[in-house]
Design a binder for this molecule. Structure first.
Ligand code: F6R
Length: 365
């Protein structure tokens, strides 16, 4: 049932404040303002020397965002690879470490094969899945569910933001166990996490502007997405979402990599979508944007209104985001990224819920 939406994808984008809120409520104790995992862990975060993560597509990008969180908040080294590489990489793993698998369906063949490889290497197996009865869930030592509800649109939206919410809660728990976060820091981070659904609801209010911008994007042959830090994997996710449903070629890049090649592509016909949360690397991102502006690139800046104004860059358009703790920016900024892809595909008359050549669950290699 699509409710009053034209597509499942639209419904699922709009459901996010609710389902992400439900997921967060499953992982935090609102009374104490602390993380409370739904299941006991069969390993001790404090004893780990390394975390390996493996997943595919959008779930892989959730893992890439989590790498920043685990490294920063818990000082835990993270190794991450797409599952189709992980399963054949023959990476050396020390016994008793932790391997994390992220999957909406819980049936993705490469992710499952990676899980089995890690099990053979005597890793503790933790999975984040949306389908609790799935094969990946069954074969894991411990399952952390996302409570996104069934995701029908082929392009993953609400499962992604729910995965991020669980990953942030886990990274906070890891930080506490490893002594890198104090209780006060935990409470501050949990307060930020709890603010996510409201911020997502606010960011949905930019939909009109985004619909308008989509008409412009629909004319493009190629689109570049840029971001730094945890906004870099979000740039990759933006590009994936756009290409899979609109069939426009898009690429995501770490903003600092621009001058190492892709800047050669910039001209007046090239939209460049810049994800610029107001974080520690905001100024660096802004200077990258200036390099694009100097070459006539059509900049679409996604950032906090005040920050974007102060940065004073010449943009083609800006999408204003609510002021927020940068730690939660990857979750909230997913909303405009999804809406841009959705509306561009709708303007172009594409079948957004059933894009060509794609299946919802990839159970073959
Ligand atoms: C993109 C998308 C895919 C999936 C990928 C993994 O929008 O939906 O990239 O994220 O196939 O699927 P799951 O999460 O089911 O393992």
């Amino acid at each position: 049932d699509k409710g009053n939406h034209r597509h499942f994808m639209a419904k699922e984008i709009h459901e996010q404040p609710e389902v992400v809120g439900r997921t967060i409520a499953h992982y935090v104790d609102l009374a104490t303002g602390r993380v409370k995992l739904p299941t006991a862990l069969p390993f001790d975060f404090a004893k780990l020397r390394r975390l390996v993560i493996s997943s595919c597509g959008t779930a892989y990008y959730a893992g890439l965002v989590a790498k920043y969180w685990f490294e920063r908040l818990a000082r835990l080294a993270v190794d991450i690879d797409v599952a189709s590489e992980f399963r054949y990489r023959e990476m050396p793993l020390d016994e008793g470490e932790l391997a994390l698998f992220i999957s909406q369906s819980g049936e993705t063949a490469d992710t499952l094969a990676s899980l089995r490889y890690a099990k053979g290497e005597k890793q503790h197996i933790l999975s984040i899945v949306n389908v609790p009865t799935s094969t990946i869930a069954r074969e894991s030592d411990v399952v952390m569910p996302t409570l996104a509800g069934p995701e029908i649109g082929v392009a993953s939206t609400k499962a992604f933001t729910c995965q991020l919410a669980v990953l942030l809660a886990l990274a906070i728990a890891a930080g506490r166990a490893r002594g890198t976060l104090s209780e006060a820091e935990e409470q501050r981070l949990v307060a930020s996490l709890v603010a996510v659904p409201g911020a997502m609801a606010d960011s949905l209010s930019s939909e009109r502007e985004i619909e308008h911008l989509a008409r412009e994007l629909a004319k493009a042959r190629d689109v570049l997405y840029l971001g730094r830090g945890p906004a870099f994997p979000l740039a990759l996710e933006g590009a994936l979402k756009l290409k899979e449903i609109s069939y426009i070629h898009a690429e995501g890049y770490a903003a600092g990599e621009l001058k190492h090649g892709p800047i050669a592509l910039i001209d007046e016909a090239m939209p460049v979508i810049v994800l610029a949360p107001h974080d520690a690397v905001f100024d660096k991102t802004v200077s990258n944007v200036q390099e694009v502006a100097a070459r006539g690139g059509k900049i679409i800046l996604i950032g906090e209104e005040r920050a974007v104004e102060e940065a004073g860059v010449a943009t083609f358009a800006a999408i204003g985001m609510p002021a927020l703790d940068p730690v939660i920016a990857p979750i909230v900024y997913a909303v405009p990224v999804q809406l841009l892809a959705y509306h561009t595909a709708v303007v172009m008359g594409k079948d957004v819920d059933q894009p060509r050549n794609l299946a919802k669950s990839v159970t073959v290699e």
